[in-house]
Design a protein around this ligand. Structure first.
Ligand SMILES: [Zn+2]
Length: 198
């Protein structure tokens, strides 16, 4: 016996996600059929369809947004500091602390010779352009304390070396190798307070 095609296709779709094997995918598909209400399924599929058409990178800072320029970039109350992070999830983590009132720059990746990711493939060029035009009071680099995070921080520092911009690196209460997005709020606040000159 084979499952009906629509069910098989749904199982295959769930299996595209990391950490979801055939058994879990099957369970999720069955749950979807037996437990979810029709309107929930419609809403779910609509968000999948809208994802790629409505979500884009902010033209200025690179964070995920549904506008051309994100809320943070257009907020005139924000200080001119630029907090440089790896991903949009890190922005959310820092925003949740309510302790940072500046702007962000999302690299959408980290430099990694091992994975063949060069500086060109990370959102660094636009950061340098922003520093040039916005003249921020400080650039705070908040990449993770991993080899790739440190390498990326050093690269950015080097690129900004000849300018007048103050460049700092967040301090770490974070465990070495720890991801920013999983850090709790207190740790993030402490790491911001403990930032040091590079
Ligand atoms: Zn933005």
């Amino acid at each position: 016996m084979k499952y009906p095609e629509a069910l098989t296709k749904l199982i295959e779709s769930f299996q595209m996600y990391p950490g979801i094997g055939p058994k879990t995918a099957e369970r999720l598909a069955f749950f979807t059929f037996f437990k979810l209400r029709d309107e929930d399924i419609v809403r779910f599929s609509q968000s999948l369809l809208n994802l790629k058409t409505e979500v884009k990178h902010c033209s200025r800072c690179g964070v995920l947004t549904d506008r051309e320029t994100c809320d943070i970039c257009t907020d005139s109350e924000r200080r001119s500091t630029i907090l440089v992070v790896e991903s949009s999830r890190d922005v959310l983590a820092f925003e949740k602390t309510n302790q940072y009132n500046g702007r962000y720059h999302v690299l959408n990746g980290l430099i990694s010779p091992l994975k063949g990711i060069s500086p060109k493939e990370v959102n660094i060029k636009s950061l340098l352009q922003r520093v040039e035009s916005e003249k921020p009071e400080e650039v705070i680099i908040a990449t993770a304390a991993t080899v790739e995070g440190e390498m990326t921080a050093m690269y950015i520092k080097k690129q900004l070396e000849n300018g007048n911009t103050k460049v700092t690196r967040i301090g770490y209460g974070l465990p070495a190798g720890g991801d920013i997005e999983y850090a709790d709020e207190i740790t993030l606040i402490k790491s911001l307070e403990g930032r040091r000159d590079m």
